[in-house]
Design a protein around this ligand. Structure first.
Ligand SMILES: [Cu+2]
Length: 141
């Protein structure tokens, strides 16, 4: 019985330290050279565009829709790359279309892993020029 209790205490201790360890792992990487990019979405363009980012940079892209509901859809694979390898842009929480409601700011986090051109476009219908609302993100070597 005593042995069993000692065993329980041991298991508990292991759980505690494992918990502390995983919490440590989940801390946001504060000093990982995060580059903040402020972007506006307005009929019918994204500003700034094109955007240049250095390979390996962690990016916090903040998009504000100033005049209307807009959306942001970007290729995770660079132009010309097959979409079956590792993505060139690694998102913290990938989405097919980030919706950016009028007057609001949406933050998208990713690491620019692979050099190349990554086209993006508006993915929420916003008027007659919607189809032409496009931009480009370029990851430089
Ligand atoms: Cu649109």
């Amino acid at each position: 019985m005593k042995l069993f209790r000692a065993f329980l205490v041991m298991i508990f201790a292991v759980f505690l330290s494992a918990g502390a360890f995983s919490r440590q792992q989940q801390l946001p990487p504060q000093n990982q050279n995060t580059q903040v990019i402020d972007m506006t979405a307005k009929k019918y363009k994204f500003t700034p565009s094109p955007i240049h980012i250095k390979k390996g940079t962690k990016v916090e892209l903040r998009i504000t829709a100033t005049d209307h509901n807009h959306g942001f859809k970007i290729n995770a694979y660079p132009d010309g790359a097959a979409a079956n390898g590792a993505p060139g842009l690694v998102f913290t929480s990938p989405q097919d279309c980030w919706k950016v409601p009028k007057g609001q700011t949406v933050t998208i986090e990713f690491v620019a892993q692979t050099p190349g051109s990554y086209p993006f476009k508006c993915c929420v219908f916003c008027g007659f020029g919607h189809m032409g609302m496009k931009g480009e993100l370029i990851v430089d070597e």
